[in-house]
Design a protein around this ligand. Structure first.
Ligand code: T3D
Length: 267
């Protein structure tokens, strides 16, 4: 039986995807990429899912690309052709980042341990990242002669500012979860033992919220990065127009007026 590289579980409307190559710190092979993308697609297409949690099995979140994978490992045989890593990015990492940013539900990273290279940026691409105090983030790329990928060049300066992004990317040092919170890279650092309960509470809270508005918020933040204020105001008007016609807005306002909890159902 082939190993299941992404474990899938569901509690109420929260779908949890667990990267499952603990012996290699959940580093990415092409097979794990394929399973993760399929699992994200499946969650996106399932109306019963209103929030996705991404985490890792064992002591790591994800150590990035599996450097032993023949897809990327330099072939030392005489006359062997060098591997084109750009092709790997095109085939595997680009679709993953695009999928995360186009999910129709919020995505939470539960960073249970070390997150290195593409694994660190995988977490940063999620809508909210919670990390255990013992977890850490490493922009490991420069150590092997690469630049931050998996959206790292776009995310890091925006989240942490250019000075901190440069330090993280050029030095590749381990950043503790509490410093990641202090730098603005993640939403929150919590005690190790509290991570599962904190993640569960956050994910169920998000699942009960107006999904379409949450997703439109992500989209607006992503696109506003390259817009002028005037253009961003136009985009806000367009989004607000669409959301204002949706059921969740009617429900939110009705619930506010009736002093009751809203029942959001749009997705
Ligand atoms: O290449 C392309 O296609 C371009 C795309 C690149 C995207 C990237 O992600 S590039 C960056 C790749 N990742 C790294 O460079 C991180 C490499 N790993 C580490 O630096 C360390 O393992 C950690 C700092 C993450 C953790 O250190 P530590 O001391 O806690 O654990 P360890 O002993 O180093 O690792 C435990 C095992 O996991 C070990 O295997 P073993 O000796 O027990 O059989 C180690 O080889 C394996 N492992 C960890 N990371 C990877 C890995 N195996 C393959 N690939 C890995 N990335």
């Amino acid at each position: 039986m082939p190993e299941t590289l992404v474990l899938i579980s569901q509690t109420a409307s929260v779908r949890t995807l667990t990267l499952n190559r603990p012996a290699a710190l959940n580093s990415f092979t092409s097979a794990m990429h394929a399973e993760l993308l399929a699992a994200l697609d499946d969650a996106a297409n399932d109306a019963a899912v209103r929030c996705v949690v991404l985490t890792g099995a064992g002591r790591a979140f994800c150590a990035g690309q599996d450097l032993a994978d023949p897809l990327v490992a330099p072939d030392t045989a005489p006359g062997a052709q060098a591997k084109d890593l750009g092709r790997v990015i095109e085939l595997l990492y680009k679709p993953l980042v695009r999928r995360l940013h186009s999910m129709p539900v919020p995505v939470v990273a539960a960073v249970n341990g070390v997150a290195a290279g593409a694994g660190a940026n995988l977490a940063l691409n999620c809508d909210l990242a919670l990390a255990a105090r013992g977890a850490s983030f490493i922009q490991a790329f420069a150590k092997i002669g690469l630049i931050p990928d998996t959206g790292g060049t776009w995310l890091l300066p925006r989240l942490a500012g250019r000075a901190r992004a440069m330090g993280l990317a050029m030095l590749g040092d381990k950043l503790s979860a509490s410093d990641a919170e202090r730098f603005g890279l993640i939403w929150k650092c919590v005690e190790d033992a509290a991570l599962p309960d904190e993640v569960s509470a956050l994910a169920h809270r998000l699942a009960a919220m107006p999904t379409r508005a949450l997703v439109a918020t992500r989209k607006a933040f992503d696109t506003a990065q390259h817009l002028t204020l005037a253009e961003a105001l136009d985009e806000e008007a367009l989004s607000q127009s669409a959301l204002g016609f949706a059921h969740d807005y009617q429900e939110g306002v009705a619930a506010f007026g009736a002093k009751r909890a809203p029942q959001f159902t749009d997705r």
